[in-house]
Design a protein around this ligand. Structure first.
Ligand code: HEM
Length: 176
């Protein structure tokens, strides 16, 4: 029996993963009705009507001014406040599902789906790095395999959505 508790902490791994590896990396926008202004370096910069812009989601999500010195590290704990609640980033700081009128309408669905998949996997399995022979037939320790996997996470390709360009072997063991 799987229970999907809607507690805040469940969302940390998903948000942290989408922060570092957002599925949608650039959000194309067009200034439409009136000239608007966006804050930049303490000034308001006017954006004329018709200007096309792309918000660089990766750069925003890894900005040290927002996410701290360790902004490139995967640390789901950064999403929890001291009283155990989920961190609510300020406007424009976390754009994995975009924001505003055209934000993702499937966000809740995706969050629930992620939770369901994690519950199904980890209720029955535990996972560790596969340390068998790699391509060069060199045996790896768990730590080496983990480091290699982290490096592989920087070899990504962008098609319709972000995907891995290298295989990361894992061993799944049925829980007793
Ligand atoms: C991790 C999963 C998902 C991520 C990261 C995601 C992300 C996004 C983002 C960034 C946008 C805005 C795109 C833009 O402005 O160019 C968007 C829009 C949209 N998403 Fe998602 N999405 C996810 C899952 C889903 C699911 C599961 C559904 C449907 C069940 C969905 C339906 C939509 C729709 C219909 C829009 C267009 C909304 C509009 O233009 O008004 N998404 N999504």
């Amino acid at each position: 029996m799987i229970h999907l508790f809607l507690i805040d902490a469940d969302r940390c791994p998903q948000y942290e993963t989408l922060r570092l590896w957002p599925v949608v990396q650039g959000l194309p926008k067009k200034a439409s009705a009136t000239t608007c202004c966006i804050p930049y370096n303490g000034e308001m910069v006017p954006i004329p009507v018709g200007t096309r812009m792309v918000a660089d989601v990766v750069a925003i999500h890894r900005h040290q001014g927002v996410w701290g010195q360790d902004s490139s590290e995967w640390n789901p704990g950064r999403w929890l406040t001291s009283d155990g609640k989920i961190r609510r980033p300020s406007k424009g700081e976390f754009l994995a599902f975009s924001e505003g009128a055209r934000a993702c309408i499937g966000k809740k669905f995706a969050e629930t789906e992620f939770k369901g998949i994690m519950c199904c996997l980890f209720e029955n399995y535990k996972v560790k790095m596969h340390i068998g022979s790699n391509k060069e037939d060199v045996l790896l320790t768990q730590e080496e395999a983990r480091e290699q996997a982290l490096k592989s996470m920087n070899f990504l390709k962008y098609r319709l959505a972000l995907s891995l360009a290298r295989r990361i072997p894992l061993d799944w063991t049925q829980r007793s």
